[in-house]
Design a protein around this ligand. Structure first.
Ligand code: 0RQ
Length: 501
Protein backbone atom coordinates (compact mmCIF):
# COMPACT_ATOMS: atom_id res chain seq x y z
CA UNK A 1 0.00 0.00 0.00
CA UNK A 2 0.92 3.69 0.01
CA UNK A 3 2.85 3.37 3.27
CA UNK A 4 5.58 2.00 1.02
CA UNK A 5 5.76 5.26 -0.92
CA UNK A 6 7.33 7.78 1.44
CA UNK A 7 8.66 10.27 -1.12
CA UNK A 8 6.28 13.26 -0.96
CA UNK A 9 6.59 13.95 -4.70
CA UNK A 10 5.21 10.58 -5.73
CA UNK A 11 1.72 9.90 -4.31
CA UNK A 12 0.37 12.48 -6.77
CA UNK A 13 1.67 10.32 -9.62
CA UNK A 14 -0.06 7.10 -8.54
CA UNK A 15 -2.28 5.87 -11.34
CA UNK A 16 -3.70 2.70 -12.86
CA UNK A 17 -1.55 0.38 -14.93
CA UNK A 18 -3.65 1.28 -18.00
CA UNK A 19 -2.96 4.99 -17.53
CA UNK A 20 0.74 4.31 -17.01
CA UNK A 21 0.90 2.09 -20.11
CA UNK A 22 -0.64 4.88 -22.20
CA UNK A 23 2.48 6.98 -21.45
CA UNK A 24 4.73 4.59 -23.41
CA UNK A 25 4.95 5.76 -27.03
CA UNK A 26 5.09 3.59 -30.12
CA UNK A 27 8.66 2.73 -31.07
CA UNK A 28 10.04 3.35 -27.59
CA UNK A 29 12.89 1.32 -26.17
CA UNK A 30 11.68 0.21 -22.76
CA UNK A 31 14.00 -1.11 -20.04
CA UNK A 32 12.05 -3.38 -17.75
CA UNK A 33 13.11 -4.91 -14.48
CA UNK A 34 13.11 -8.69 -14.12
CA UNK A 35 15.59 -11.51 -13.92
CA UNK A 36 14.69 -15.23 -14.10
CA UNK A 37 11.12 -14.69 -13.04
CA UNK A 38 11.88 -12.34 -10.14
CA UNK A 39 11.25 -8.64 -9.70
CA UNK A 40 9.61 -8.00 -13.08
CA UNK A 41 6.75 -5.49 -13.43
CA UNK A 42 3.46 -7.34 -13.05
CA UNK A 43 0.82 -4.84 -14.18
CA UNK A 44 2.10 -2.30 -16.73
CA UNK A 45 3.27 -4.86 -19.35
CA UNK A 46 -0.14 -6.58 -19.26
CA UNK A 47 -1.92 -3.24 -19.53
CA UNK A 48 0.37 -2.36 -22.42
CA UNK A 49 -0.45 -5.67 -24.10
CA UNK A 50 -4.18 -4.84 -23.86
CA UNK A 51 -3.54 -1.43 -25.37
CA UNK A 52 -1.44 -2.92 -28.17
CA UNK A 53 -4.16 -5.40 -29.05
CA UNK A 54 -6.74 -2.64 -29.20
CA UNK A 55 -4.47 -0.48 -31.38
CA UNK A 56 -3.70 -3.39 -33.72
CA UNK A 57 -7.41 -4.15 -34.04
CA UNK A 58 -7.91 -0.58 -35.20
CA UNK A 59 -5.13 -1.11 -37.76
CA UNK A 60 -2.64 1.11 -35.95
CA UNK A 61 1.03 0.22 -35.71
CA UNK A 62 2.54 -0.13 -32.26
CA UNK A 63 5.65 -2.04 -31.26
CA UNK A 64 8.39 -1.42 -28.74
CA UNK A 65 11.89 -2.62 -27.92
CA UNK A 66 11.96 -4.62 -24.69
CA UNK A 67 15.20 -4.75 -22.69
CA UNK A 68 15.33 -6.62 -19.39
CA UNK A 69 17.77 -8.20 -16.98
CA UNK A 70 17.14 -11.75 -18.17
CA UNK A 71 14.03 -13.92 -18.54
CA UNK A 72 10.79 -12.66 -17.02
CA UNK A 73 7.36 -14.27 -16.91
CA UNK A 74 4.08 -14.75 -18.80
CA UNK A 75 2.83 -11.37 -17.49
CA UNK A 76 5.66 -9.59 -19.30
CA UNK A 77 7.30 -11.55 -22.13
CA UNK A 78 4.28 -13.78 -22.69
CA UNK A 79 1.72 -10.98 -22.73
CA UNK A 80 3.70 -8.63 -24.99
CA UNK A 81 4.72 -11.39 -27.41
CA UNK A 82 1.13 -12.67 -27.53
CA UNK A 83 -0.01 -9.17 -28.52
CA UNK A 84 2.73 -8.97 -31.16
CA UNK A 85 3.94 -5.80 -29.49
CA UNK A 86 7.68 -6.44 -29.46
CA UNK A 87 9.89 -5.26 -32.31
CA UNK A 88 13.12 -6.32 -30.64
CA UNK A 89 13.91 -8.21 -27.47
CA UNK A 90 17.17 -8.44 -25.51
CA UNK A 91 19.24 -9.85 -23.76
CA UNK A 92 17.75 -13.25 -22.65
CA UNK A 93 14.31 -14.85 -22.72
CA UNK A 94 12.79 -18.21 -21.97
CA UNK A 95 9.11 -17.61 -22.70
CA UNK A 96 7.39 -20.10 -25.04
CA UNK A 97 5.36 -17.46 -26.94
CA UNK A 98 8.35 -15.16 -27.23
CA UNK A 99 10.51 -18.05 -28.43
CA UNK A 100 7.89 -19.07 -31.00
CA UNK A 101 7.71 -15.56 -32.47
CA UNK A 102 11.49 -15.22 -32.58
CA UNK A 103 11.88 -18.56 -34.34
CA UNK A 104 9.04 -17.71 -36.75
CA UNK A 105 10.98 -14.60 -37.73
CA UNK A 106 8.27 -12.29 -36.34
CA UNK A 107 10.38 -10.70 -33.60
CA UNK A 108 14.02 -9.62 -33.59
CA UNK A 109 16.13 -10.91 -30.74
CA UNK A 110 19.67 -10.07 -29.64
CA UNK A 111 21.27 -12.61 -27.36
CA UNK A 112 23.85 -10.75 -25.24
CA UNK A 113 26.23 -11.75 -22.44
CA UNK A 114 24.39 -10.55 -19.33
CA UNK A 115 27.44 -8.66 -18.05
CA UNK A 116 27.61 -6.69 -21.31
CA UNK A 117 24.13 -5.22 -21.34
CA UNK A 118 24.54 -2.29 -18.94
CA UNK A 119 27.82 -1.11 -20.39
CA UNK A 120 26.54 -1.48 -23.96
CA UNK A 121 23.80 0.97 -22.98
CA UNK A 122 26.32 3.36 -21.33
CA UNK A 123 28.48 3.16 -24.46
CA UNK A 124 25.48 3.98 -26.67
CA UNK A 125 25.79 0.68 -28.56
CA UNK A 126 22.10 -0.22 -28.30
CA UNK A 127 20.51 3.14 -29.02
CA UNK A 128 18.50 5.34 -26.71
CA UNK A 129 16.52 4.09 -23.73
CA UNK A 130 13.24 5.96 -23.57
CA UNK A 131 11.33 4.51 -20.65
CA UNK A 132 12.17 2.38 -17.61
CA UNK A 133 9.49 0.22 -16.01
CA UNK A 134 10.90 -1.02 -12.75
CA UNK A 135 9.39 -3.00 -9.90
CA UNK A 136 10.53 -1.94 -6.42
CA UNK A 137 9.42 -2.93 -2.96
CA UNK A 138 9.31 0.63 -1.64
CA UNK A 139 10.33 4.27 -2.06
CA UNK A 140 12.20 6.19 0.64
CA UNK A 141 11.42 9.78 1.58
CA UNK A 142 14.30 11.14 -0.51
CA UNK A 143 13.19 9.16 -3.57
CA UNK A 144 15.71 6.34 -3.31
CA UNK A 145 14.20 2.96 -4.19
CA UNK A 146 14.18 -0.28 -2.22
CA UNK A 147 14.81 -2.95 -4.88
CA UNK A 148 12.65 -6.07 -4.97
CA UNK A 149 13.61 -9.69 -5.64
CA UNK A 150 16.04 -8.96 -8.46
CA UNK A 151 18.39 -6.11 -9.31
CA UNK A 152 19.34 -7.01 -12.89
CA UNK A 153 19.90 -3.89 -15.02
CA UNK A 154 17.64 -1.62 -12.94
CA UNK A 155 20.42 0.77 -11.94
CA UNK A 156 21.24 1.35 -15.60
CA UNK A 157 17.59 1.62 -16.70
CA UNK A 158 16.91 4.25 -14.01
CA UNK A 159 20.04 6.20 -14.94
CA UNK A 160 19.67 6.04 -18.71
CA UNK A 161 15.93 6.27 -19.36
CA UNK A 162 14.30 9.66 -19.93
CA UNK A 163 11.19 8.66 -18.00
CA UNK A 164 10.53 6.15 -15.25
CA UNK A 165 7.43 4.16 -14.38
CA UNK A 166 7.60 2.47 -10.98
CA UNK A 167 5.61 -0.52 -9.87
CA UNK A 168 5.58 -0.65 -6.08
CA UNK A 169 4.76 -4.26 -5.25
CA UNK A 170 3.27 -4.70 -1.77
CA UNK A 171 3.61 -8.47 -2.13
CA UNK A 172 7.42 -8.24 -1.97
CA UNK A 173 8.71 -8.61 1.57
CA UNK A 174 9.54 -5.33 3.32
CA UNK A 175 12.47 -7.09 4.86
CA UNK A 176 14.26 -7.24 1.51
CA UNK A 177 15.48 -3.77 2.53
CA UNK A 178 19.21 -3.84 3.19
CA UNK A 179 19.92 -7.04 1.25
CA UNK A 180 21.00 -5.30 -1.94
CA UNK A 181 24.40 -3.83 -2.74
CA UNK A 182 24.31 -1.34 -5.60
CA UNK A 183 27.73 -0.15 -6.69
CA UNK A 184 27.80 3.28 -8.29
CA UNK A 185 31.54 3.26 -8.95
CA UNK A 186 31.29 1.71 -12.41
CA UNK A 187 32.60 4.06 -15.06
CA UNK A 188 33.47 4.19 -18.71
CA UNK A 189 36.93 3.54 -20.14
CA UNK A 190 39.54 4.96 -20.23
CA UNK A 191 39.14 5.80 -16.52
CA UNK A 192 37.66 2.64 -15.14
CA UNK A 193 38.20 1.82 -11.50
CA UNK A 194 38.76 -1.72 -10.21
CA UNK A 195 35.67 -3.30 -8.63
CA UNK A 196 36.72 -3.69 -4.97
CA UNK A 197 35.12 -7.10 -4.35
CA UNK A 198 37.71 -9.43 -2.84
CA UNK A 199 35.30 -12.00 -1.40
CA UNK A 200 31.71 -12.97 -2.38
CA UNK A 201 30.28 -11.32 0.74
CA UNK A 202 31.95 -7.93 0.31
CA UNK A 203 29.56 -4.98 0.33
CA UNK A 204 30.93 -2.18 -1.80
CA UNK A 205 27.90 0.00 -2.54
CA UNK A 206 24.59 1.06 -1.08
CA UNK A 207 21.36 -0.84 -0.41
CA UNK A 208 19.16 1.46 -2.53
CA UNK A 209 18.71 2.46 -6.16
CA UNK A 210 19.02 6.16 -6.91
CA UNK A 211 16.28 7.75 -8.97
CA UNK A 212 15.60 11.45 -9.44
CA UNK A 213 11.89 11.84 -8.46
CA UNK A 214 11.34 14.28 -11.35
CA UNK A 215 11.97 11.44 -13.83
CA UNK A 216 9.10 9.40 -12.39
CA UNK A 217 6.04 9.87 -14.60
CA UNK A 218 3.89 7.17 -13.03
CA UNK A 219 3.65 5.01 -9.94
CA UNK A 220 1.53 1.87 -10.07
CA UNK A 221 0.74 -0.09 -6.95
CA UNK A 222 0.64 -3.86 -7.31
CA UNK A 223 0.26 -6.82 -5.02
CA UNK A 224 1.23 -9.85 -7.06
CA UNK A 225 3.67 -12.71 -6.55
CA UNK A 226 6.74 -13.42 -8.66
CA UNK A 227 6.45 -16.33 -11.06
CA UNK A 228 7.66 -19.25 -9.02
CA UNK A 229 7.76 -22.43 -11.02
CA UNK A 230 8.51 -25.51 -8.96
CA UNK A 231 11.58 -27.59 -9.66
CA UNK A 232 10.95 -31.26 -10.24
CA UNK A 233 12.80 -33.32 -7.63
CA UNK A 234 16.15 -34.39 -9.08
CA UNK A 235 15.70 -37.49 -11.25
CA UNK A 236 18.17 -40.31 -11.85
CA UNK A 237 20.21 -38.60 -14.57
CA UNK A 238 20.50 -35.32 -12.64
CA UNK A 239 21.62 -37.21 -9.56
CA UNK A 240 24.22 -39.14 -11.54
CA UNK A 241 25.54 -35.92 -13.11
CA UNK A 242 25.70 -34.31 -9.66
CA UNK A 243 27.48 -37.39 -8.32
CA UNK A 244 30.19 -37.17 -11.00
CA UNK A 245 30.73 -33.48 -10.27
CA UNK A 246 30.96 -33.98 -6.50
CA UNK A 247 33.43 -36.83 -6.92
CA UNK A 248 35.49 -34.62 -9.24
CA UNK A 249 35.50 -31.72 -6.77
CA UNK A 250 36.63 -34.04 -3.97
CA UNK A 251 39.36 -35.33 -6.23
CA UNK A 252 40.50 -31.78 -6.96
CA UNK A 253 40.61 -31.00 -3.23
CA UNK A 254 42.66 -34.17 -2.72
CA UNK A 255 45.10 -33.04 -5.42
CA UNK A 256 45.46 -29.63 -3.76
CA UNK A 257 43.96 -27.85 -6.74
CA UNK A 258 40.94 -26.65 -4.73
CA UNK A 259 40.74 -25.64 -1.07
CA UNK A 260 38.57 -27.82 1.22
CA UNK A 261 35.81 -25.17 1.23
CA UNK A 262 36.06 -25.12 -2.59
CA UNK A 263 35.90 -21.76 -4.38
CA UNK A 264 32.82 -19.57 -4.95
CA UNK A 265 30.18 -21.54 -6.85
CA UNK A 266 28.16 -20.39 -9.83
CA UNK A 267 25.36 -22.56 -11.04
CA UNK A 268 22.87 -22.07 -13.84
CA UNK A 269 19.17 -22.57 -13.30
CA UNK A 270 17.43 -25.87 -13.84
CA UNK A 271 17.03 -29.29 -12.39
CA UNK A 272 20.60 -30.48 -12.88
CA UNK A 273 21.96 -27.40 -11.12
CA UNK A 274 19.53 -28.00 -8.28
CA UNK A 275 20.64 -31.64 -8.02
CA UNK A 276 24.28 -30.53 -7.75
CA UNK A 277 23.35 -28.14 -4.95
CA UNK A 278 21.37 -30.88 -3.21
CA UNK A 279 24.43 -33.13 -3.51
CA UNK A 280 26.62 -30.45 -1.93
CA UNK A 281 24.21 -30.46 1.02
CA UNK A 282 25.03 -34.13 1.60
CA UNK A 283 28.72 -33.96 0.68
CA UNK A 284 31.81 -33.30 2.76
CA UNK A 285 32.18 -29.60 1.96
CA UNK A 286 31.70 -26.88 4.60
CA UNK A 287 31.97 -23.08 4.59
CA UNK A 288 30.96 -22.85 0.95
CA UNK A 289 30.35 -19.57 -0.83
CA UNK A 290 28.53 -18.68 -4.05
CA UNK A 291 29.24 -15.89 -6.52
CA UNK A 292 26.51 -16.48 -9.03
CA UNK A 293 23.66 -14.76 -10.81
CA UNK A 294 20.61 -16.63 -9.56
CA UNK A 295 19.77 -17.99 -6.13
CA UNK A 296 17.60 -21.03 -6.51
CA UNK A 297 16.02 -23.42 -4.00
CA UNK A 298 19.14 -25.50 -3.53
CA UNK A 299 21.14 -22.45 -2.43
CA UNK A 300 18.63 -21.65 0.31
CA UNK A 301 18.78 -25.28 1.47
CA UNK A 302 22.57 -24.99 1.71
CA UNK A 303 22.29 -21.79 3.76
CA UNK A 304 19.69 -23.40 6.04
CA UNK A 305 21.83 -26.45 6.71
CA UNK A 306 24.78 -24.19 7.52
CA UNK A 307 27.01 -25.24 4.64
CA UNK A 308 26.79 -22.09 2.55
CA UNK A 309 28.17 -19.00 4.29
CA UNK A 310 27.54 -16.34 1.68
CA UNK A 311 25.68 -16.18 -1.59
CA UNK A 312 26.04 -13.24 -3.94
CA UNK A 313 23.69 -13.02 -6.93
CA UNK A 314 21.51 -10.61 -8.87
CA UNK A 315 18.15 -12.37 -8.42
CA UNK A 316 16.16 -15.05 -6.70
CA UNK A 317 14.58 -17.82 -8.74
CA UNK A 318 12.60 -19.91 -6.29
CA UNK A 319 9.87 -22.50 -6.33
CA UNK A 320 6.72 -21.82 -4.27
CA UNK A 321 7.90 -23.63 -1.13
CA UNK A 322 11.34 -22.05 -1.08
CA UNK A 323 9.77 -18.65 -1.66
CA UNK A 324 7.37 -19.07 1.26
CA UNK A 325 10.31 -20.16 3.42
CA UNK A 326 12.41 -17.18 2.34
CA UNK A 327 9.66 -14.67 3.06
CA UNK A 328 8.85 -16.26 6.43
CA UNK A 329 12.49 -16.48 7.53
CA UNK A 330 14.10 -13.56 5.76
CA UNK A 331 15.86 -12.41 8.94
CA UNK A 332 17.74 -15.70 9.09
CA UNK A 333 18.80 -15.60 5.43
CA UNK A 334 19.59 -11.89 5.26
CA UNK A 335 23.11 -12.00 6.62
CA UNK A 336 24.03 -14.63 4.05
CA UNK A 337 22.62 -13.11 0.86
CA UNK A 338 23.64 -10.12 -1.27
CA UNK A 339 21.84 -9.04 -4.44
CA UNK A 340 23.88 -6.92 -6.88
CA UNK A 341 23.41 -5.35 -10.31
CA UNK A 342 24.08 -7.93 -13.01
CA UNK A 343 27.05 -6.03 -14.39
CA UNK A 344 28.65 -6.69 -10.98
CA UNK A 345 27.34 -10.23 -10.29
CA UNK A 346 28.56 -11.35 -13.72
CA UNK A 347 31.64 -9.17 -14.05
CA UNK A 348 34.62 -10.96 -15.66
CA UNK A 349 37.06 -9.08 -13.41
CA UNK A 350 35.43 -10.31 -10.21
CA UNK A 351 34.78 -13.84 -11.50
CA UNK A 352 38.43 -14.18 -12.49
CA UNK A 353 39.69 -12.71 -9.22
CA UNK A 354 37.51 -14.87 -6.98
CA UNK A 355 38.22 -18.05 -8.95
CA UNK A 356 34.63 -19.09 -9.48
CA UNK A 357 33.63 -22.70 -10.16
CA UNK A 358 31.15 -22.30 -13.02
CA UNK A 359 28.52 -24.98 -13.69
CA UNK A 360 26.19 -24.50 -16.64
CA UNK A 361 23.87 -26.51 -18.84
CA UNK A 362 24.25 -27.09 -22.55
CA UNK A 363 22.23 -28.17 -25.57
CA UNK A 364 25.03 -29.97 -27.36
CA UNK A 365 28.79 -30.35 -27.14
CA UNK A 366 31.12 -31.67 -29.79
CA UNK A 367 33.89 -34.18 -29.50
CA UNK A 368 36.50 -31.38 -29.33
CA UNK A 369 34.79 -29.56 -26.49
CA UNK A 370 32.90 -26.74 -28.21
CA UNK A 371 29.54 -26.04 -26.58
CA UNK A 372 26.19 -24.92 -27.99
CA UNK A 373 23.98 -23.52 -25.21
CA UNK A 374 21.38 -21.76 -27.26
CA UNK A 375 20.33 -23.19 -30.63
CA UNK A 376 18.44 -26.41 -31.29
CA UNK A 377 19.66 -27.97 -34.54
CA UNK A 378 21.71 -24.90 -35.34
CA UNK A 379 18.95 -22.41 -36.08
CA UNK A 380 16.19 -22.43 -33.48
CA UNK A 381 16.88 -20.35 -30.36
CA UNK A 382 16.01 -21.94 -27.02
CA UNK A 383 16.71 -19.27 -24.38
CA UNK A 384 20.00 -17.45 -24.78
CA UNK A 385 23.59 -17.45 -23.59
CA UNK A 386 22.58 -15.74 -20.33
CA UNK A 387 25.46 -15.51 -17.92
CA UNK A 388 27.05 -18.76 -19.00
CA UNK A 389 29.68 -17.00 -21.14
CA UNK A 390 30.51 -14.44 -18.47
CA UNK A 391 31.26 -17.25 -16.06
CA UNK A 392 32.67 -19.96 -18.32
CA UNK A 393 35.27 -17.71 -19.94
CA UNK A 394 36.54 -16.30 -16.64
CA UNK A 395 36.07 -19.16 -14.20
CA UNK A 396 38.76 -21.02 -12.26
CA UNK A 397 36.99 -24.17 -13.39
CA UNK A 398 34.42 -24.20 -16.16
CA UNK A 399 32.08 -27.19 -16.02
CA UNK A 400 29.27 -27.92 -18.50
CA UNK A 401 26.64 -30.52 -17.72
CA UNK A 402 23.88 -32.24 -19.69
CA UNK A 403 22.04 -35.52 -20.08
CA UNK A 404 23.83 -37.44 -22.86
CA UNK A 405 20.65 -37.57 -24.96
CA UNK A 406 17.53 -35.47 -25.48
CA UNK A 407 14.00 -36.25 -26.71
CA UNK A 408 13.89 -39.80 -25.43
CA UNK A 409 17.23 -40.74 -26.99
CA UNK A 410 16.47 -39.44 -30.50
CA UNK A 411 19.14 -36.76 -30.10
CA UNK A 412 22.72 -37.18 -28.92
CA UNK A 413 23.98 -34.23 -26.87
CA UNK A 414 27.49 -35.21 -28.02
CA UNK A 415 27.88 -34.59 -31.75
CA UNK A 416 30.77 -34.49 -34.23
CA UNK A 417 30.53 -30.70 -34.63
CA UNK A 418 28.23 -28.34 -32.75
CA UNK A 419 25.66 -26.69 -35.01
CA UNK A 420 26.13 -23.34 -33.21
CA UNK A 421 28.95 -22.23 -30.93
CA UNK A 422 28.48 -20.30 -27.69
CA UNK A 423 31.48 -21.53 -25.72
CA UNK A 424 34.55 -22.49 -27.67
CA UNK A 425 36.93 -25.34 -26.85
CA UNK A 426 39.07 -22.71 -25.09
CA UNK A 427 36.43 -21.97 -22.44
CA UNK A 428 35.25 -25.50 -21.66
CA UNK A 429 37.29 -27.46 -19.17
CA UNK A 430 34.97 -30.20 -18.00
CA UNK A 431 31.97 -31.87 -19.67
CA UNK A 432 29.68 -34.09 -17.58
CA UNK A 433 26.77 -36.32 -18.54
CA UNK A 434 25.06 -39.08 -16.59
CA UNK A 435 27.55 -41.41 -18.33
CA UNK A 436 30.59 -39.75 -16.81
CA UNK A 437 32.93 -36.80 -16.74
CA UNK A 438 35.58 -35.67 -19.20
CA UNK A 439 38.32 -33.49 -17.71
CA UNK A 440 39.65 -31.69 -20.77
CA UNK A 441 42.26 -29.57 -19.05
CA UNK A 442 45.69 -29.81 -20.58
CA UNK A 443 44.54 -32.02 -23.45
CA UNK A 444 44.97 -31.53 -27.18
CA UNK A 445 41.90 -31.72 -29.45
CA UNK A 446 42.53 -35.38 -30.35
CA UNK A 447 43.03 -36.36 -26.71
CA UNK A 448 39.83 -34.51 -25.81
CA UNK A 449 37.82 -36.26 -28.54
CA UNK A 450 38.65 -39.73 -27.22
CA UNK A 451 37.70 -38.74 -23.67
CA UNK A 452 34.44 -37.03 -24.60
CA UNK A 453 33.33 -39.99 -26.69
CA UNK A 454 34.27 -42.64 -24.13
CA UNK A 455 33.22 -40.80 -20.94
CA UNK A 456 30.27 -38.62 -21.93
CA UNK A 457 28.46 -39.97 -25.00
CA UNK A 458 25.54 -42.35 -24.58
CA UNK A 459 26.57 -45.97 -25.35
CA UNK A 460 24.04 -46.03 -28.22
CA UNK A 461 25.91 -43.22 -29.98
CA UNK A 462 29.48 -44.15 -29.05
CA UNK A 463 30.19 -46.50 -31.97
CA UNK A 464 29.06 -43.91 -34.54
CA UNK A 465 31.15 -41.20 -32.86
CA UNK A 466 34.22 -43.48 -32.77
CA UNK A 467 33.66 -44.28 -36.42
CA UNK A 468 33.39 -40.59 -37.37
CA UNK A 469 36.48 -39.70 -35.38
CA UNK A 470 38.56 -42.56 -36.84
CA UNK A 471 37.61 -41.72 -40.40
CA UNK A 472 38.25 -38.00 -39.74
CA UNK A 473 41.69 -38.90 -38.43
CA UNK A 474 42.36 -40.80 -41.67
CA UNK A 475 40.67 -38.50 -44.13
CA UNK A 476 40.87 -34.92 -42.84
CA UNK A 477 43.38 -32.65 -44.56
CA UNK A 478 44.53 -31.42 -41.13
CA UNK A 479 45.29 -33.76 -38.23
CA UNK A 480 45.05 -31.15 -35.46
CA UNK A 481 41.26 -31.01 -35.21
CA UNK A 482 40.24 -33.69 -37.69
CA UNK A 483 36.82 -33.24 -39.29
CA UNK A 484 35.06 -34.55 -42.36
CA UNK A 485 33.36 -31.31 -43.35
CA UNK A 486 30.89 -32.98 -45.71
CA UNK A 487 29.69 -35.14 -42.78
CA UNK A 488 30.17 -32.90 -39.77
CA UNK A 489 26.49 -31.91 -39.64
CA UNK A 490 25.27 -35.28 -40.90
CA UNK A 491 23.76 -36.09 -37.50
CA UNK A 492 21.68 -32.89 -37.49
CA UNK A 493 20.59 -33.43 -41.08
CA UNK A 494 19.59 -37.01 -40.27
CA UNK A 495 17.49 -35.78 -37.32
CA UNK A 496 15.75 -33.29 -39.61
CA UNK A 497 15.06 -36.05 -42.14
CA UNK A 498 14.32 -39.10 -39.99
CA UNK A 499 13.44 -37.66 -36.56
CA UNK A 500 16.47 -39.22 -34.89
CA UNK A 501 20.22 -38.91 -35.06
O1 0RQ B 1 13.22 -29.39 -23.73
O2 0RQ B 1 11.64 -29.84 -21.93
O3 0RQ B 1 10.86 -29.45 -24.29
O4 0RQ B 1 12.09 -31.56 -23.68
O5 0RQ B 1 16.08 -28.35 -23.97
O6 0RQ B 1 16.80 -29.17 -21.41
O7 0RQ B 1 17.90 -31.08 -20.32
O8 0RQ B 1 15.89 -29.98 -19.20
O9 0RQ B 1 18.17 -28.87 -19.30
O10 0RQ B 1 16.78 -27.00 -18.29
O11 0RQ B 1 19.29 -27.23 -17.94
O12 0RQ B 1 18.35 -26.52 -20.14
C1 0RQ B 1 21.06 -25.29 -22.33
C2 0RQ B 1 18.61 -24.90 -22.51
C3 0RQ B 1 19.51 -26.59 -20.89
C4 0RQ B 1 19.86 -24.17 -20.42
C5 0RQ B 1 19.76 -25.23 -21.55
C6 0RQ B 1 15.90 -29.54 -24.74
C7 0RQ B 1 15.35 -30.53 -23.76
C8 0RQ B 1 14.39 -29.66 -22.98
C9 0RQ B 1 15.86 -28.16 -21.57
P1 0RQ B 1 11.83 -30.12 -23.38
P2 0RQ B 1 17.14 -29.86 -20.01
P3 0RQ B 1 18.10 -27.37 -18.81
C10 0RQ B 1 22.52 -19.11 -15.71
C11 0RQ B 1 23.29 -19.69 -16.85
C12 0RQ B 1 21.97 -21.13 -21.39
C13 0RQ B 1 21.96 -20.04 -20.32
C14 0RQ B 1 22.77 -20.38 -19.12
C15 0RQ B 1 20.18 -22.78 -20.93
C16 0RQ B 1 15.14 -28.36 -22.90
O13 0RQ B 1 20.83 -24.56 -19.50
O14 0RQ B 1 19.31 -22.05 -21.40
O15 0RQ B 1 23.54 -21.31 -19.07
N1 0RQ B 1 21.49 -22.40 -20.90
N2 0RQ B 1 22.60 -19.56 -18.11
O16 0RQ B 1 14.73 -31.58 -24.43
C17 0RQ B 1 17.16 -30.57 -28.82
C18 0RQ B 1 19.26 -30.98 -27.92
C19 0RQ B 1 18.75 -30.63 -26.64
C20 0RQ B 1 17.42 -30.25 -26.57
C21 0RQ B 1 18.32 -30.16 -24.57
N3 0RQ B 1 20.54 -31.34 -28.09
N4 0RQ B 1 18.44 -30.93 -28.97
N5 0RQ B 1 16.61 -30.22 -27.65
N6 0RQ B 1 17.19 -29.97 -25.27
N7 0RQ B 1 19.28 -30.58 -25.39
C22 0RQ B 1 21.06 -18.70 -15.93
C23 0RQ B 1 20.93 -17.37 -16.64
O17 0RQ B 1 21.71 -17.00 -17.42
C24 0RQ B 1 19.76 -16.51 -16.37
Amino acid sequence: GSERILCPALPGRIMSADEAASLIPNGANVGMSGFTGAGYPKAVPQALARRIRALHERGEKYRIGVWTGASTAPELDGALAEADGVELRLPYQSDPTCRRRINAGEMEYIDIHLSHVAQFVWFGFLGHLDVAVVEVSGVLEDGRLIPSSSVGNNKTWLEQADRVILEVNGWQSERLEGMHDIWYGASRPPRRQPIPILAPGDRIGEPYLRCPPEKVIAVVETHAPDRNSAFTPPGGDSRRIAGHILEFLEHEVGRGRLPPELLPLQSGVGNIANAVLAGLGEGPFENLTAYTEVLQDGMLDLIRCGRLETASATAFSLGPEALADLNANLERYRGHIILRPQETSNHPEVIRRLGVIAMNGLIEADIYGNVNSTHVMGTRIMNGIGGSGDFARNAYLSIFMTPSTAKGGAISAIVPMVSHVDHTEHDVQVIVTEQGLADLRGLSPKQRARLVIENCAHPDYRPALRDYYRRALDGAPGRHTPHLLEEAFGWHLRYGRDGHM
